[in-house]
Every structure is written in C-alpha cells, then in structure tokens.
Write a protein that binds this ligand. Structure first.
Ligand SMILES: NC(N)=O
Length: 673
C-alpha cells in the first residue's frame, strides 16, 4: 500500500471499531432483553440461540441474507473491478454473486422437506453418508468460513488503516471482538436484528454516495459529467481488453474473466457456508423460498450501485488534487472506494465509508460467528465429544465457540496480512480450494440418487485438480515463478476455479448417474425431530388416569418449549406445499440466472457498444431504482410483517410503565390455545 497521510485521525479508526462496535453490542443486548421480556422468544434455549426457533418471517430473513452476503468485498472488490474494468465490473460482481443466493432457494426448500429440524448442513451429510463424508465435507465447511471471515477482516482492516492509520493487526482482532459480544448474548435472533439495523444504515449511506456522485458533487454531479470524465480517463489510459479501451462498455475481456471467477467462487461460499443454511433453518418453512429470492434480488443493488458510483468515481477523479494515486496493491486491497469517497466528500466521505464498511463487516462477521459456533457445537462437540450433551452444555459450548472463533478470525487476518495476501487475492482464490465441494454438497442435500463415494471422491479430486491447474498455469504464464503476485493473475485464478468446480461436479454427477443410490431421506427427516406433545401427554395420562383428552395434534419439542409453536411449523412442513415451493424456487431462480448472466450481459458483450451519455444515464438510473426497491424490501417490509410482534412489545412496555412488572410476556395456558 502506498504510504500517504490518512484522511481521518487514528482515533477515528479506534472510535468506529471499538466505539460503534460496543455501541451496537449494547444496543443488541438491549434488544435481546426486550425480546426475552416481551415476546415468547428467549435466547436461553439452545434451539433459539442457533436457529431462532425456526420461526422468522421472510422479510427479516431476506435482510439477514443481504447482510450476511454483504462483505467487505461486496463494497470494496466490486468498486475495485469497476475501477479496473469499467461498467462491466459492477455488473459481473452483482450478477455473479446474486445467482447463487437465488439458486440456494432450491436448497433451502429441500432442506425444509429433507431435514426440517437439522441444526447444520453437516448433520445431514453425517446422517446420510456417515463419518468419512462428514469429516471430508467438514473440511470444506470450515475452510469456507475461515476464508470468508479472513476476507472480512482483511478488507475491513485494510480500509480502516488506509483511512485512519489505525494499526491493521489491532483492527483484525478488535473487529470480531465487539460482534462476538452480542452474538453470545443474543444468538441467531439478535444476529438477524443486527443484520436488519446494519442493512438499513447501509442503504442510507449507499444512497448518500449515489446522490452525491450523480446529483450534488461539484466534481462530478451528474451521469453526463461522469461520462465525460470516464471518456477522458480512457483516452489518457485505455483499459486493456475493453472495446476501444473504454470504461463505458460491457465488452471487457478481463471483466468477463472476473465474472466467471466470481460466479464459481461465490457458489462455493454460499453452498458450503453454514451461515446461509442457518438462515434457511431459522426461517419459517412456508416462506424460506420467498426469503432467498427476495434477499438475492435485493442484494444485487448493493455492489452494482455502489461500485457504479464509487468505483467509477475513482476513475473519473484521477488527476483531481484530492484523489490519491492508487497502486496495483491498493486496488487489490480494495481501496478505490475509500479513495473516491475521500476525494469527493473529504473527511465526511471517508467517515461515511468507514461506517458503511464497518457495518457490513460486522454483520457478516456475526453471521460467520454463529455459523461456525453451530458447526463446532453440533458437528464436533455433540457428535464426537459428548453425544449426550444437555441443553445447558450445548448452550455453554455454543457461547464458548463464538468467542473462540472471534479469536481465530483475528489470527487468520493476521496470518494473511503478514504473508501479503490481500482481500482481492483471496476473493478470486476462494473458488480454487472450495469449488470442488459445491456440487457434491448440493447433491447430498437435494438428490436421492447422489452417490456417496462419487461425491466424496469428486470433492477431493476436484480440490487437487484446482490447486494443480492454478499452480501449473501460474508457472506456465510466469516463466516458472510462483508467488503471491504471479499466482493472483486472471488466467491463473480462472484455471484453478474452473478445474476445481468442474472436476468435483463432473465426478459427483457422473458417478451418481452410473451408480445411483435410492435414499428416502427418512433418517435425515428424523434429525432432532420433536416428539409429539400428544405422545408426551398420553404418557403422562397413562400415569394419572384423569380422563382429560390429550392436547390434540399440537407438537412441542422439549428443548424449545418456551419458544416455538411446533404445531404450526409442522403444518407448514406439508410435503406437497414444500414440493411446490421447490419447483417455484427452481423455475424462478433458473430464469433469473439466465437473465442475469446470459441474456443481459452476453449480447451487450458481443455487441461491443460503447455507451453515450444517454446509455450511462439509463444504466445509473436503473441502479438507483433497484436500490430503492431493495431498500423497501429489506427495510420496510420486515417492519410491516412484524407489526404484530412490534405491537406486542409496545403493549408490554406500556403495561410495564403503568404497572411495573405487569408487561412480561406470559405463555398462554394450553387450554386457552
Ligand atoms: N458476498 C459477496 N460475494 O460479495
């Protein structure tokens, strides 16, 4: 990174990382206390801690998906590819990472029908295919979480250091620290509430940048002026591989290569990350698909619009006295967005970007913390160490694992920082080592015919093939020199990504077609399945003989007795309805995939058009409209759908104010139910 004077003082870095971190921790702890007092949900149950009692409505789940999927890279790497490749960069970043969330709607629907009470995706693998598969896929699961978490702290700390001079190592450790506090206290529901508040502020700040760049800034101020500045920048330094070297074209060879790498890498980090399974698990069965489709479509606007704004502004402002000169290392660290924000709005721009980044990083980190805590608790502790663990032990271990993983994230950030691996490098590398597990894992959870050994071997051989293809291509294209710089090139990463996902997918699919299993998913449906409360009562009645009829068909899980209406959840697990939801997810996600990565970008690529002022204006206006619609979906819609809960809380608070102690939520008696 180039050494330049920072825009903000070091104190601002510590203020944001420690101050806002602790503020949000206190805020979330307060919210959790309100939830425990005025609603039926208490994080003292392990089921509520790890899966929010499987009761969350689609708007809040969608906000949680948007938030967990908004990484440091979403803001920084997207702007870096806009800076490098022009308008195609934000498109490929947005579409190449949206389609996986949309396709995950199918996995989510299958999860609800094939293992509705599982806590983690690895539990399903373990029950279906046993210990070897469980351990092999656990490697891919943890590798995914560690890579994603490292990118979060690397991107976050690089930008905090760049803007404020704060010590990078301190940032690597302090960022996860504040988050771990509220995750330990509040669990999954608190994480979702935090996601919601962070996402709300995130949209506000993005819109501030958009209107500043395209409406009010005296340096740019309109799409027309942006067009003129980008045209001048291309004339001074044409973009290699772009039509006429222009920034305002979809004809970008390197943009397209990035698009392919982006698509592969993001398959790995959605399909193997417990964080996305956990949101499906926390969701009500009837609305899981809706939540993923809504979340995916809403998320697109974040990288697309922000990068079209700040990434392009960083190009347009080249030569401006306030705009720093960016080295290739700065671009790889994702710094064009920060440089543009500072050049446009000075200290307030830098501060706004810092807060934006911090909120994105912390909410995605909270998702990773609770995801890894669940894997360590259920797939390591409960499965291999203490199968008879009590509710209290599970909860205690969950808490401990959150704290432990916060420390691991700091250490991983530190290690990558010292070996010189940046967020941008890691972002394009993730598919090389994670890609091979994508198809095998998706097949295990969704397909009765998937072959166990085909999927295990496919993921391992694909892993080796990815690494070999990446290293061989690096050596071939760089005269035998293999280091962090040479191995990070576009073709080197492309080869590794393609080999990994391709070999893993082909072996898993072909072996499953040749030697299909006939798995009925009955054993995975039984994972953690609650006992029928009718059965429990019948057992009691047999002892008491009081003649009172059992409580009809109401179900209740002993471990979640205080927090979810299992009968309602069971109703929503109707196989016919879930199959319809799966088909809807399949059709809609596939149609959107074709539109987003084929029908729109490829004709524009082959047309080689260089857009004029009108074209760029339309492009920007589409981004702004999409951003507003996204904000309505994940900011206003969750409020509307939670109106009953909000009114419950409001009534509880009012009662407490007028008659101290009377507002606490009391579970209705069974007879009243
Ligand atoms: N979540 C991503 N790929 O920005």
């Amino acid at each position: 990174m180039s050494s330049v004077a920072t825009v903000l003082p070091q104190g601002a870095g510590y203020g944001v990382v420690v101050g806002i971190g602790l503020f949000f921790s206190a805020f979330m702890i307060g919210l959790t206390a309100i939830q425990a007092r005025y609603t039926p949900f208490s994080p003292r149950s392990s089921e509520e801690f790890s899966s929010a009692s499987r009761s969350v409505k689609p708007g809040l789940i969608a906000a949680g998906i948007v938030s967990a999927w908004t990484w440091a890279a979403t803001l920084l790497q997207s702007s870096a590819v806009a800076y490098k490749y022009g308008i195609s960069g934000p498109w490929w970043y947005g579409s190449g990472a949206t389609i996986q969330v949309l396709l995950f709607a199918m996995i989510a629907a299958k999860l609800k029908s094939n293992a509705p009470y599982a806590h983690t995706w690895l539990e399903i693998v373990g029950v279906r295919w046993g210990k070897t598969a469980h351990l092999v896929f656990m490697f891919f699961g943890f590798a995914t979480n560690i890579i994603v978490s490292s990118m979060l702290v690397l991107g976050g700390s690089a930008t905090v250091t760049d803007l404020t001079g704060m010590n990078t190592i301190a940032a690597c450790f302090l960022i996860p620290l504040g988050v771990s506090i509220y995750v330990v206290v509040g669990g999954m529901r608190s994480t979702l509430l935090c996601d919601y508040t962070h996402t709300t502020v995130l949209f506000v700040i993005i819109l501030v940048f958009v209107f500043s760049v395209y409406a009010t800034s005296d340096k740019i101020g309109s799409p027309g002026k942006m067009y003129e500045l980008l045209t001048a920048a291309a004339a001074a330094a044409p973009v290699e591989g772009n039509a006429h070297g222009s920034y305002i074209t979809m004809r970008s060879k390197n943009g397209l290569i990035f698009g392919v790498i982006n698509i592969i890498g993001n398959f790995a980090t959605v399909f193997q990350d417990q964080a996305y399974f956990q949101r499906a698990i926390a969701s009500r069965p009837s609305s899981t698909v809706k939540a993923y489709l809504l979340g995916g479509i809403a998320w697109f606007a974040i990288p697309f619009t922000l990068a079209t704004t700040l990434g392009l502004a960083a190009v347009a402002l080249r030569g401006d006295p306030a705009m720093r000169v960016l080295s290739p290392a700065d671009v790889s660290a994702g710094l064009p967005a920060a440089a543009a924000a500072s050049a446009l709005l000075g200290k307030s721009g830098a501060a706004a970007l810092l807060v934006l980044l911090f909120l994105a990083v912390t909410s995605a980190t909270s998702a990773e913390l609770i995801a890894v805590s669940s894997l360590l608790t259920y797939d390591v502790y409960k499965k291999y160490i203490n199968p008879e663990a009590t509710e209290a032990q599970i909860l205690r271990v969950s808490h401990l694992m959150v704290a432990l993983y916060a420390l691991v994230i700091g250490l991983a950030g530190l290690i990558f920082f010292y070996i010189g691996v940046s967020m941008g490098w890691l972002y394009t590398f993730m598919g090389v080592i994670l890609g091979s597990g994508v198809a095998p894992i998706a097949l295990c959870i969704t397909w009765s015919r998937a072959n166990k050994w085909g999927c295990i071997v496919g993921s391992l051989v694909g892993f080796g093939a990815g690494i070999i293809a990446w290293l061989v291509t690096t050596a071939t294209l760089n005269g035998g020199v293999i280091n962090v710089t040479t191995s990070g090139g576009d073709f080197e990463m492309l080869a590794g990504n393609l080999a990994s996902i391709g070999v893993g997918g082909i072996i898993a699919t072909v072996t499953s077609l040749i030697w299909p299993e006939d798995f009925d998913f009955e054993s995975t449906r039984a994972i953690n399945k609650p006992e029928l409360i009718a059965q429990i009562l019948e057992k009691e009645a047999a002892g008491k003989e009081d003649g009172r009829p059992s409580m009809e068909k109401k179900e209740r899980a002993p471990s979640v007795a205080d927090s979810f209406d299992a009968a309602e959840i069971e109703d929503e697990l109707d196989p016919v309805a879930l199959n319809k939801a799966f088909l809807f997810a399949a059709w809609s996600s596939l149609v959107l995939l074709v539109v987003l990565i084929i029908l729109i970008p490829l004709p524009l690529f082959f047309a080689s058009t260089i857009y004029g002022k009108g074209g760029l204006t339309a492009w920007v206006v589409i981004g702004i409209i999409w951003t507003f619609l996204s904000a309505f979906s994940v900011v206003l819609y969750p409020l509307w759908e939670s109106r009953a809960a909000l009114s419950l809380i409001f009534r509880g608070v009012i009662k407490d104010i007028f008659a101290r102690g009377s507002g606490k939520f009391v579970e209705p008696s069974p007879q009243a139910a």
